[in-house]
Design a binder for this molecule. Sequence first.
Ligand SMILES: [Zn+2]
Length: 337
Amino acid sequence: MPLTDHYPRMPRRTSRARRTAAAVAGSLLLTLVTACDRDEPAPTTSASVAQSPTAPEIPQPAPNASPTIAASPPAGEQTPTPMAGATTVTGRFSSVTGTVDRATLTAYAKMADTAVAEVNKRWKRTWPRRVTIIAPRDATAFRDQVGRADDLSQVAAITDGPIGASGLARRDRVVLNPDAFAKLTPAGRQFVITHESTHVAVRSSLAGAAPLWLVEGFADHVGYSGSGRRRAELAAPLLAKVVEGKGPTRLPTQGDFDPSQGEIGPTYLAAWLAVDLIARRHGEDALQRFYAASRDPNSTALADAAMDKAFVDVLGTTRAAFTKQWLAELNQLAAPK
Ligand SMILES: [Zn+2]
């Protein structure tokens, strides 16, 4: 994606990692963030390795966006590359290690502490309730940390960590892309860290794969929870598409999150509004039961079937009926006021 795009792209995922990505887009006084995440089964275990979120952001008036991506490391034991001269700042619920200046490390630690508190309000399962942030000084150090040679210029962060025999992530790290983060507003950075922290919490407390729209939509649901912004404002890029008659016609599929297929920002927003609708209509507890029931130990394809069943068993509706309500709400939000 060109830097002038308003929507982020996720990096190509590797076969052994689950990557989550969050995208952030901004307009005049608005910073929008969307996120994506993919679950992929690990090849040699029943657990999925993760692909982490990527979140790009395009601050204004700067023309473009830099996405943030979080990717999980391959399953198995992998020792992160040490960073020469790194400093660690320990927050209340966080640890931030990096080669940027101490004031920046401290700022990230505060954001991570805020993120953990936000996640704890929404995610009730037991998880370590701490996040580890890695803040490399430059692109080269970032590449060394994530072990990738492909173009990561649009990736804001990569979360990675091994998946244990239980299917739960262990020792996840959120590695920040310094070039991308430099383009984010403070609110955009907070969103990305909260979004990624949500993935860390879910990955460490709920095994198996879930439909991508639910994974990403939930991370955005937590990420946006403290924004104080109206839905119509945050979802403006998606609603513009709805007005043009180019809005969604069904819940997002995994392919809709593929940057090679087109803009992915609106997809994240669509996923977020679907999750948000569940939370408003059925409550946070029901949303989490729905999330937990919409999973399969090995396959996102089977998770889709589990989700169909969960619509009935947990929410007392059907995917078709819910989709109809969600699309009606998108049209309502997009309608001129
Ligand atoms: Zn994500």
